[in-house]
Design a protein around this ligand. Structure first.
Ligand SMILES: O=C(O)CCC(=O)C(=O)O
Ligand SMILES: [Fe+2]
Length: 368
């Protein structure tokens, strides 16, 4: 949002930075326990506010979702992605609905090239009509996924209560604004599958992007990672000094399976709704290219809390004009599209060639 200096590098400068060794630092990513939530809600609120103001990323533990449940959802995800592409193509990603399956189709403005991955986005309500596979194609998948999604929503609602307290709104203020029982709920669960990357010396300069650097434009994202499948990195917004964090100092967020941690990040929506008090943070799944990087396949699950279309969004200090949930999403998609167009335009001007076709029209996803 506002404070980031987006897309200010030329393609040549950018490609030099992409190829340069990454600078890393170990930053403290706060771990917050939800144990005994009702009695500790004020203490938890304080910890969340501190983490949101200073880092924008934190891990949640003791959240009540059993490890076995998370593992089952990852099994479900693998079952889905193991289907033939010709089957998955019956439920193609719809940018209008922000749901469905895509493969090698998402282009981030930060890279101008496709993410090498496939993903499937699911919702609770009418947005999913026609976008579930049949029971015969994937038995128990829909029921299992919805049950998992309800559990993640319950954790989200605890966090929303704390954010509401922290910003001095009524306790249920954000919960009502993200009501998943409404048919027009926009909340999204995204199953992600990044492909194994060839671990060979890179002579062509081609970069196998996994998830190019971006901020999420939702309220709050809850991310589940799998043991040993590294790659997630963050670059807190406050420290970003170049476009999309290129050339900046990154921090690895390794899967913490022992404590069954959910990695959470503030999205652009909550940043705006808190008058920029809470920080939406750049993150990426790194394109493996350096010694020590993880080249294997990676599965992850992201849960994006999105507002109801008629939710009224404005922070307590009224820093930004009031917008509805529908307007916020539309504006975020338009900003993303404009940044991408600007990038493509710049690349055409300097005639930088890419191996990957740039398919701007498919490059939309409302959640991030
Ligand atoms: O796969 C991951 O770990 C991160 C995915 C992500 O950031 C996104 O889809 O917005
Ligand atoms: Fe993201």
């Amino acid at each position: 949002m506002s404070e980031y200096k987006k897309d200010s590098l030329s393609p040549n400068e950018l490609s030099k930075l992409v190829m340069a060794p990454t600078k890393y630092s170990t930053r403290r990513i706060p771990t917050i326990s939800l144990k005994d939530f009702d009695n500790r809600v004020d203490e938890i609120t304080q910890e969340l506010v501190e983490a949101s103001e200073n880092v924008g990323f934190f891990c949640i533990v003791d959240h009540g979702i059993a490890r076995q449940t998370v593992d089952q959802m990852f099994d479900n995800s693998a079952r889905f992605f193991n289907l033939e592409d010709s089957t998955k193509s019956h439920i193609p990603f719809s940018p209008q609905r922000n749901a469905g399956w895509e493969k090698n189709a998402q282009i981030r403005p930060s890279t101008g090239a496709v993410d090498r991955k496939e993903s499937y986005q699911m919702q609770f309500g009418a947005g999913m009509e026609g976008l579930w596979l049949n029971e015969t194609e994937l038995p128990d998948f829909k029921t299992g996924s919805l049950s998992f999604m309800h559990q993640v929503q319950a954790v989200s609602e605890k966090l929303m209560t704390c954010f509401a307290r922290g910003l001095r709104f009524e306790d249920d203020y954000f919960i009502k604004a993200h009501d998943i029982s409404r048919p027009d709920s926009q909340t999204v669960t995204r199953l992600l599958h990044y492909f194994e990357t060839p671990d060979t010396p890179n002579t062509t300069g081609e970069v196998f992007h996994r998830a190019g650097a971006h901020t999420d434009w939702d309220f709050l994202t809850l991310l589940f990672q799998k043991a040993g499948q590294s790659g997630l990195e963050i670059c807190p917004g406050r420290e970003v000094s170049t476009s999309f964090g290129y050339g900046d100092v990154w921090t690895k967020v390794e899967p913490d399976i022992e404590s069954n941690a959910i990695v959470c990040n503030i999205g652009d929506l909550l940043m705006s709704w808190s008058d920029d008090r809470f920080k939406s943070t750049f993150h990426r799944v790194k394109a493996p290219c350096e010694p020590g990087d993880y080249y294997g396949e990676r599965y992850s699950i992201a849960f994006f809390n999105q507002p109801c279309k008629d939710a009224k969004i404005q922070g307590p200090l009224k820093k930004y004009p009031l917008v509805t949930g529908a307007e916020f999403t539309k504006n975020a998609m338009a900003r993303n599209f404009a940044a991408l167009q600007a990038k493509i335009h710049k690349e055409e001007e300097t005639k930088v060639s890419h191996d990957n076709p740039i398919r701007a029209n498919t490059a939309v996803k409302a959640s991030a």
